[in-house]
Ligand binder design. Sequence first.
Ligand SMILES: *Cc1c(COP(=O)(O)O)cnc(C)c1O
Length: 377
Amino acid sequence: MSSTTDQTILSQDIEEIVELFAVTPTDTPTSDAERATKLESPKFGTVFTDHMARISWRRDEGWVHRRVEKYGPLQLDPATAVLHYGQEIFEGMKAYRHADGSVWTFRPEENAARMARSAHRLALPALPVDDFIAACAALVRTDLAWVPKAPDSSLYLRPFTFASEPFLGVRPSDQVEFLVIASPAGAYFSGGVKPVSIWVDAEFHRAGPGGTGAAKCGGNYAASLLPQEEAAAKGFDQVCFLDGGSNTYIDELGGMNVFFVMDDGSVHTPELTGSILEGVTRSSILRLAADRGREVVERRIPLAEVVEGLRTGRIVEMFACGTAAVVTPVGRLAGETFDSQIGGGAPGELTMAIREELTDIQYGRLPDRHGWLRRLA
Ligand SMILES: *Cc1c(COP(=O)(O)O)cnc(C)c1O
């Protein structure tokens, strides 16, 4: 076996942890016919598979009781800490079906490591990387029939960790649950990739200096909902947030990082300042753009420079990126004092080339030259 192939299978250590998961099959399995109907055109995040993976944590025992059990409601005491103080973190990944039927995921070590960093910031226990990947593998293998086969569809994986101790005192929880649930997802853009419109919010922030912006936690999303709702009322698809310290630099969207392509071919994205979420898609795109010989620049990007760059034509493309939508072209960027069209309504050339290359790697249509894929089943 070549070394590239070795890299793509799960390590023996992870396989041994997968074996530790006690699988209790659901007593109400979805029939093949019903599953086929549910897989036809699932609306994002509304359909779930039959099972969920789970690991519990107790301060005096550590991570215990690895299992795969029936998907279903959790019974929580009304005093459960997460319901009061929001001690919660999550991840988002996908399992991709390749043409030969095998199922793969993309750079899961990065998501596992990020969840450990998020855990640290939220004073939650860090789940070891191997346990995180093993839990995803155990769930995907149990619910393998739920991994869709249609083009650009996937099984979205949502690992999350929350404070489960019933206690109203303000301190880190002594009990924590880690779960992975899975939701079949159709092509994000049905009917072709369409550029989105973005409102730059100068009033609200999703994160601030020293806050939780670099952690993937529910609280950041809670902070983004009102601005998102207000932007939607103005007719915009998404909100772009500025840095909470000076209200001057571009940070990111509520759930996606942003990139700009300049007229000299260089590719720029806001540098990681502590208030920006370090996207796996972001880091993969930086690599793919550099591989194409593009100059890639991570730096603080002032909104004023972007407004000017869109006016003069120095900025030729803008896109947002994240696991769910992969790469989304931005066709309009507006704020209180400006309103700019980008690319005349058509997606940018590099934007679409990178989108295609990344999805081709994820779906096994191009060689995985960076060893990013891991075979789950
Ligand atoms: C999850 C997320 C992203 C995208 O991260 P990926 O690893 O690329 O999916 C970007 N910004 C925020 C705020 C996020 O929560």
